[in-house]
Ligand binder design. Sequence first.
Ligand SMILES: Nc1ncnc2c1ncn2[C@@H]1O[C@H](COP(=O)(O)OS(=O)(=O)O)[C@@H](OP(=O)(O)O)[C@H]1O
Ligand SMILES: Nc1ncnc2c1ncn2[C@@H]1O[C@H](COP(=O)(O)OP(=O)(O)O)[C@@H](O)[C@H]1O
Length: 310
Amino acid sequence: MAVALNALPSIGNVTTDLHSSPDLGFPIFPGTIGVRFGCNSDHQIHNNNKKKQFGGRGRLKMVKAVGRRVDETSSFSYVNGQADCDCTNTNGFPNGNGTLQKQMSTVEKSSNIVWHECSVNKHDREQLLQQKGCVIWITGLSGSGKSTLACALSHTLHSRGKFTYVLDGDNVRHGLNKNLSFEAEDRAENIRRVGEVAKLFADAGVICIASLISPYRKDRDACRALLPKGDFIEVFMDVPLQLCEARDPKGLYKLARAGKIKDFTGIDDPYEQPLNCEIVLQQKSDTCTSPCEMAETVVSYLEGHGYLQA
Ligand SMILES: Nc1ncnc2c1ncn2[C@@H]1O[C@H](COP(=O)(O)OS(=O)(=O)O)[C@@H](OP(=O)(O)O)[C@H]1O
Ligand SMILES: Nc1ncnc2c1ncn2[C@@H]1O[C@H](COP(=O)(O)OP(=O)(O)O)[C@@H](O)[C@H]1O
């Protein structure tokens, strides 16, 4: 029997929608130079080639030239021959080399499945942890300070005895999402998967901090819709492109401007800023709010909305 998850009372949103700059379709900001903040940042440079990387032991749906399905457990299709990877699917089918048919599907393919409820539920876990599980979704341009805030927030909450976990876009793309590119549909799948993982963390009672560019509103809204009302707290890093570009800690903007990276958010790929998020953290080149101060703003929100107690 299907059972509804999460019987928490809903908690209203407080919206501080301060930002007024237009969406970034393509470069539109005048060239003022921002400050560079000298704190530690231990990112690795992400390999941004657009080659499809479907290696590894993925659960692949293989479609032979005749169209016969040999495995129904996956999201990708290979057609007319062999896949361009050295892998064997989990059912033991051989690899191929050939045309990859881009087909990212979120259509439910499982049938005859029944939700199994456990006697220990979210509420029990929250009692144990003395907090409420939720998702803090940090969105913004590359270089806007998402990861820095995520870590500062995790650190602040941890030191207050709260259990957090950070899902950072860069990091998740090293593992779970290593087969995804930066094309719109792969970004959507990236966000969908992280949204689902974040939902599990929240159900575990954890304060889950997801920091991803997540440039499309519909993808973020889809993640919001996965959670009980109030439990998805969207934080917008409202930082002008020219400040992010002046920071450029990984040198990616420089490469994007030189045309060496395509589809780079804010340069030749869009960013749709939130219209109605819970928290906006605004930064300009002449104002510098420290990561700790920003973390405190989020902590105040959590406190005010009852998330730091069971
Ligand atoms: N084309 C392109 N556009 C934007 N970003 C790029 C790109 N290529 C690589 N990178 C690096 O990947 C990091 C963003 O990954 P995300 O998973 O957060 O992106 S997204 O949400 O799927 O849009 C991002 O990390 P942050 O700088 O921390 O945002 C970049 O370092
Ligand atoms: N509040 C801040 N004030 C000044 N500089 C910051 C702030 N937050 C982050 N930075 C700096 O900006 C750069 C990008 O930060 P990062 O957290 O990596 O951004 P993102 O994860 O959005 O790409 C880093 O060099 C970082 O030290």
